[in-house]
Design a protein around this ligand. Sequence first.
Ligand SMILES: [Zn+2]
Length: 249
Amino acid sequence: MSFTDEEVERYARHLVLREVGGPGQQALKAARVLVVGAGGLGAPAALYLAAAGVGTLGLVDADTVALSNLQRQVLYAAADIGRPKVEAATDRLGALNANVAVIPHPVMLDAANAGDLVAGYDLVLDGTDDFASRFAVNAACVAAHRPLVSGAIGRWTGQVGVFAGRPCYRCLVPQVPPEAETCAVVGVVGALAGVVGSMMALEAVKLIAGAGAPLTGRLWVYDGLAGDSRTVRVGADPACPVCGEQDAR
Ligand SMILES: [Zn+2]
């Protein structure tokens, strides 16, 4: 694939980076990335991935834009309220970068459709806020050998991890926590979604371009109130129902 003059100018700041350069930008153009959840995390992640020149960007979300989304879901404008999120997002991302093919999937990802959705992409970002979807995305990624960039936020704290084979997300979260909190109940700072969603896009760019050390098997945990972060290693769970059996084969 060669770049047009427009692409060379558009991606100039990537092309001069030693860790991206021409080969990395070509890899971004060839990449197919699925963003599950076009909400607080998916919005900034999708914006940065489209701006970065990811060639094919799939978006999975069954919701419509609501007024209370606009506090953090920076993909959407007030005029989008009531529109399907993936439809509004496709327009916005197309306006940002016409070189990107945006594929809307106006469905809720579940165990029944996750395999088909994931199979069409090289890399998956999960920014959903319910554990049923998270477990389904993880299982589909492990089965199809697709790397998964997982992000989560609540109140003032967030985390990002990358999973490729073992350990998987389910090793980190074996079961749905008994008192799982959602942002709708406990709240979330809007800018935190930007921090964590952007970090997810950054990890995706690193994975695609082969740059640096991705957070594979590690979890980056950010405490926005304290202004502090740490990175911890995720252990593989021998009894993991998703990746444990696979290892024993
Ligand atoms: Zn596992």
